[in-house]
Design a protein around this ligand. Sequence first.
Ligand SMILES: Nc1ncnc2c1ncn2[C@@H]1O[C@H](COP(=O)(O)OP(=O)(O)OP(=O)(O)O)[C@@H](O)[C@H]1O
Ligand SMILES: [Mg+2]
Length: 249
Amino acid sequence: MKIAVTGKGGSGKTTVSGALCRHLARRGTEVVAIDADPNPNLGVSLGMPPESVENLQPILNALLASGHTHDDPTPDPEDLLSRFGVPAAEGVVLVATGKIERPTDACLCCGSHTTTRSFFGDLRTDGRTAVADLEAGLNDLLWAAPGPDDVVLVVAESSAKSLEVARRAGQMADELGVRRVVGVCNRSAGEGDMVRLAQALPGCEVVAVPEDAAVERASHLGRAPYDLDPASPAMAAVASLAERLIAPA
Ligand SMILES: Nc1ncnc2c1ncn2[C@@H]1O[C@H](COP(=O)(O)OP(=O)(O)OP(=O)(O)O)[C@@H](O)[C@H]1O
Ligand SMILES: [Mg+2]
């Protein structure tokens, strides 16, 4: 299964992605965590030490440093995974597609998008689950180009702006032919928030992830909320989401 996690900036995509990967891996699934944000920080939400996150070699940066040009085809995903994937807790393998590090004439973010497309699109998933934490907004969803058998998680807070981005993400996923779009009502304060997200994503499943002080605490400490308290309300909600995603149809 491939899961693309999208939504407005700051809506909670990385928090949800990290906890989802950890829970799936803990219950025995082989998980590839794809950090598709050119400002990657999924490693933190997976529980990697800050220095390991800092030292992570993103695919595109490593390829460009070794003479690869934007016009060259991206190498085979299995090869990239074995070269650039790093182990995280519970056996999750983390790979980042590209990172903006210093001023350059070339548009690193464009290359990063194409790397995401080919890596997410071509990665083999038999027996494994890939979770792609996408860059904020809708552009990266277009680039990741999830297909009919993939899952799109649309993470939204209760603000009108967040819900509007969610609405457009749902429409876009629909136009891409994605059959399963799940709205994640993050920092949910109750039924009203769920109803508003359900209205933005007609016909889609919607799940709630509550506002959680333990997540905020983990964020300040630079730690994974899953490590701080895997049973906290938000982590428990993401665990139920994971179970729902892998439950037989
Ligand atoms: N359920 C929650 N309860 C409390 N705080 C939360 C919750 N979900 C996310 N947060 C906090 O909201 C902030 C943004 O979360 P996160 O980084 O996951 O968002 P994002 O969508 O990945 O952001 P970006 O668009 O910058 O990549 C973080 O400080 C995180 O700790
Ligand atoms: Mg993020």
